[in-house]
Design a protein around this ligand. Sequence first.
Ligand SMILES: NC(=O)c1ccc[n+]([C@@H]2O[C@H](COP(=O)([O-])OP(=O)(O)OC[C@H]3O[C@@H](n4cnc5c(N)ncnc54)[C@H](O)[C@@H]3O)[C@@H](O)[C@H]2O)c1
Ligand SMILES: [Zn+2]
Ligand SMILES: [Zn+2]
Length: 368
Amino acid sequence: MRMRAAVLEEFGQPLVVQELDLAEPKPGEVLVRVVACGVCHTDMYTASGVDPSGYAPTVLGHEGAGVVEAVGEGAGSLAVGDHVVTLFSTQCRECVHCVSPKTNICLAIRDQQGKGYLPDGTTRLSRDGEPIRHFMGTSTFAEYTVMPEIALAKVSPEAPLDRACLFACGLSTGLGAAMFTAKVEAGATCVVFGAGLVGLGAVAGCRLQGAERVVCVDLSEERLEMARHQGATDTLIGGADTVQAILDMTGGFGADYTIEATGNVAVMRQAVESARMGWGLATMCGVAGKGETLDIIPRLLISGRRVAGSSFGGVKGRDQVPLLVQRYLDGDIDVDAFLSHRITLDEVNEGFERMEAQDGIRSVIDFG
Ligand SMILES: NC(=O)c1ccc[n+]([C@@H]2O[C@H](COP(=O)([O-])OP(=O)(O)OC[C@H]3O[C@@H](n4cnc5c(N)ncnc54)[C@H](O)[C@@H]3O)[C@@H](O)[C@H]2O)c1
Ligand SMILES: [Zn+2]
Ligand SMILES: [Zn+2]
């Protein structure tokens, strides 16, 4: 079939919206009509050319939600008409990681996915016979996408897809970091660094876990206001004295749980240093720049602090994204607040510009 998609032709250049060919789903794969897709930092990061593992030409986009249009042989867990959220973080339910409750990092298709291919090592996307690679296994800046069944979460048809798509990346990452990686306990004191979609999701996750105190740190007063709306009990403008401010707020001890959602390694260090001695757990969500390292004074660890990393919030996508979407439908999470701008596929580059200017939390492409 022919369809329109936003192609990264050359690093550092705007995406080019054009017609491409999309082949039928092969065994284990599914054709999805994309209805909505968020514009995320990872798309812009790859487009910029800074990401050493990036490739071009490729169709970017990984915060997608849509409707199943056709199901390949053996992809029996989905049916035509199902509403789905795309998963860059797959769940095969069979690999050694999927059967362990300790991680959500599925091993099934990592190598091929990382190189921009579907699991059989080929692409369904092409232009005049030239293969075009699938970014993150999702390529949702497009009217349609073919994806492996193990990379699609079936969600309630009651959830509007322009809100459901936010669960494909940032929102689930933040919620999950609090709920599944840190496993915040009722009554806990938490600090969330960063109030973008990931940090705001983490604030909401801490609240849903019953945290007594949720401190959010950001540089923007406007974003801190959004954090209060999501359940932050205290807010701070970040700076060099943030750790001291948190120690002062917590009787000199620090927080039970700290969650970092900025991507800045200096802030990651603050997240470690503001975790409580004895048991404080610092969870890192941010993606740091190439070659950057996190400095930790080992004594902080010996005295009982722990550090965890969180990919996609520790969320096992097919099992848990539907549950998170249900929490939204139940009224537990205000997702509307995150949808700042609705744009068309042709306006995708403006979505990047808005993100750079920190204009709103998420621009969502509405495919109508
Ligand atoms: N681990 C994962 O699976 C995963 C998934 C999605 C995104 N991410 C990463 O999470 C991070 C956050 O993503 P986002 O979409 O929320 O980004 P965002 O840019 O919208 O939000 C980051 C926030 O951090 C704040 N910030 C910057 N410097 C700060 C400082 N010194 N102190 C306090 N706050 C500061 C900014 O003001 C901003 O509000 C990024 O690094 C992103 O790449 C990771
Ligand atoms: Zn797996
Ligand atoms: Zn993302």
